[in-house]
Design a protein around this ligand. Structure first.
Ligand code: F6R
Length: 615
């Protein structure tokens, strides 16, 4: 969702802020803006549309020089996407300039109060209310900017990551966070501010991640002062060494991040099990699980909470945990779980899955489960993210930065981590034999090479995509371990090509969706040799006899489905519970090619955000 970038120091701020915004485009946005200050003149531009539109506007209209600057990509919540509602926003005096990611929920009463006090508003945003509230506090209390921000934030309800400066103090930026991420890059007499570290990677590898409820006053030539917003206590800055490098966040010769990330899956899966799965020794080592093994062994059930693609990974994990470790698993949409009154026992283990580690609903579900005494384990990709810090223990997926909005490598690496966990638990519970355990490790180790083989069908998949690119609807069917893959395949097509798609368990066809089948309806059927193969073949026959078009995802060498289907795409053979790691690949590529052929913005699909920090 919204992205924020800021710079204060000795460089020209504009290129730093502009390139930073480009790096944050993946978060999803509908408008953008930048303000640069040179100590006497404030130059700013805001526009609905892309950062490239902003750049054109900014560079054609104004001189951009100045060493303090802030920029923003906005994903509209309060107020439609337009130039006026774009950030930065200014206080009535024009002295304070702010950018904000999040939602001030009580903005309406605050706004009414400010209007009574003579303030006027140009935009419909909650952010303009906040900047005027800060100005009002400054005036009423006669305090410095930092204090005014603190007092104002203590009057708000909601979520925020903000950066604000006062034209009267051009050597200072004040930042604060609650519920939305904020990283500070620490350079030599210069500081960078951003929603994540990617905008400042080429300038510094040292970063401070503000914790929820913290604010910082950042001054050039001075150290950073961090304090708790609520009680004013000082916090020692904890400077981390960043592990990310620039290459990881660039396209590296691929046309889109999504394609790069699809192709990175063999390495990403390998990185995820590296050091954890010691095949020769026949062991799995996962500190987060091993250190809390009693919690897992005593768990009467596992509850998995997640959203979107991560929820699909949770569904695959349900099948794997129940199959291998024989423990009951429930998989919940975090957004539903948090708002109903779920029964959570202190002996439940809750696993929260999130690529970004920032998803607001998943975060709220975690907090609720913790309050009710459950042990909460996080499976996140982004190191140091809010969810990874909020959970009792966890395991990272090590997929590397995922920039394309549509999740690809995050999904397969989540399944990899969850498979390792299920195997470890199954072994510790004595539910699988040592020889099976070893056999499974060997097979899991071979998966990256098999993914590479699956990727070799790319050209054939592109041909299939060309045939179906103009379809209006598409059905995806799978059974057992591959039912969640059908859901995931449909989600991928929907989100990047805007074609309506549904995923279904194949056997449910007869209970309704079969009515949709005619010669216009492509049906993607996952029909690998293992797992209800004959039953899926019967389902294919049912579709065929109603003139549906069949795209079969089959095991290498398959003949039965080949005879029935209009097209088949092969994946290598593997043991049944590992098939999702392979069957997912052609579905990702199919959606990708269709979206490219339709001219859609593959990496930044409309209306979507990479990190959903509002509920
Ligand atoms: C789909 C997609 C989303 C995310 C969902 C959860 O391709 O990316 O459905 O999976 O928003 O996000 P995380 O995993 O960051 O919690």
């Amino acid at each position: 969702m919204c992205g924020i970038v800021g710079y204060i120091g000795h460089r020209e701020a504009y290129p730093v802020v502009l390139n930073g915004l480009k790096r944050l485009e993946y978060r999803g946005y509908d408008s953008a803006g930048i303000a640069i200050y040179d100590g006497s003149n404030l130059k700013f531009s805001k526009t609905k549309g892309k950062v490239a539109d902003l750049q054109l506007k900014m560079e054609s209209e104004i001189n951009t020089s100045g060493t303090i600057g802030i920029g923003h990509t906005r994903w509209a919540t309060h107020g439609v996407p337009n130039d006026v509602n774009s950030h930065p926003h200014f206080s009535n005096s024009g002295e304070l300039v702010i950018i904000h990611n999040g939602i001030i929920e009580n903005y309406d009463p605050l706004k009414k109060e400010l209007i009574k006090r003579g303030y006027t508003f140009k935009s419909d945003t909650d952010t303009e209310v906040l900047v005027n509230l800060i100005e009002d506090v400054q005036k009423k209390e006669g305090v410095k900017l930092g204090k005014a921000v603190q007092i104002a934030l203590n009057q708000t309800i909601g979520a925020y990551a903000i950066a604000v400066f006062d034209k009267k103090k051009p050597d200072e930026i004040v930042v604060a966070r609650l519920g939305s991420p904020l990283a500070i890059g620490v350079g030599e007499n210069e500081f960078f501010i951003a929603s994540d570290a990617s905008p400042f990677l080429e300038f510094t590898k040292e970063a401070i991640y503000l914790e929820d409820g913290e604010m910082a006053v950042i001054r050039t030539h001075k150290e950073i002062k961090i304090r708790k917003i609520h009680d004013d206590s000082l916090v020692d800055p904890y400077v981390q060494e960043l592990q990310m490098n620039l290459e990881q966040i660039e396209k590296g010769g691929y046309e889109h991040f999504m394609l790069k990330e699809i192709y990175e899956q063999p390495d990403a899966i390998r990185d995820t099990f590296r050091g954890r799965m010691l095949v020769n020794e026949g062991i799995i080592r996962m500190a987060g699980v091993d250190d809390n093994i009693d919690k897992f062994l005593n768990a009467k059930r596992i509850i998995i909470v997640a959203c979107g693609t991560s929820w699909h990974a949770g569904l695959v994990a349900e099948y794997i945990f129940e199959e291998l470790a024989r423990v009951p698993v429930e998989v919940e949409y975090a957004s539903e779980f948090r708002y109903r009154n779920p029964v959570i026992d202190k002996d439940d283990v809750v696993i929260a899955i999130s690529q970004s580690g920032e998803t607001a609903d998943t975060m709220a579900a975690i907090k609720m489960a913790k309050e009710q005494g459950a042990f909460v384990f996080g499976v996140c990709n982004v190191v140091g993210s809010s969810i990874s810090r909020e959970t009792h223990a966890g395991a990272y997926t090590h997929a590397g930065p995922e920039i394309g909005v549509a999740s690809t490598k995050a999904f397969t690496t989540q399944i990899t981590v969850l498979t390792l966990m299920a195997l470890q638990l199954a072994k510790r519970k004595g539910k699988i034999s040592t020889s099976d355990f070893h056999k499974y490790l060997v097979e899991l180790e071979s998966i990256p090479n098999k993914v590479t083989l699956a990727l070799k069908s790319n050209e054939h998949i592109e041909e299939v995509a060309a045939i179906y690119k103009n379809t209006k609807n598409c059905l995806y069917l799978g059974r057992g371990f591959n039912f969640p893959v059908a859901l995931e395949g449909a989600l991928k097509l929907k989100e990047i090509s805007y074609i309506h798609a549904e995923g279904y368990p194949a056997a449910e066809m007869k209970h309704g969706p079969i009515a949709l089948i005619d010669e216009e309806m492509p049906v993607v059927v996952i029909a690998t040799k293992k797992g209800h193969y004959e039953k899926v073949v019967s389902n294919i026959q049912e579709i065929k006899s109603r003139s549906g078009k069949i795209i079969g995802i089959v095991t290498e060498g398959d003949v039965d489905v080949r005879d029935l289907a209009d097209h088949v795409i092969e994946v290598p053979e593997t043991i049944e519970f590992l098939t999702p790691l392979l069957t997912t690949i052609p579905l990702q590529l199919l959606s990708y090619h269709i979206a490219v052929m339709l001219g859609k913005n593959v990496d930044q699909p409309r209306n979507l955000a990479k990190s959903v920090t509002v509920e």
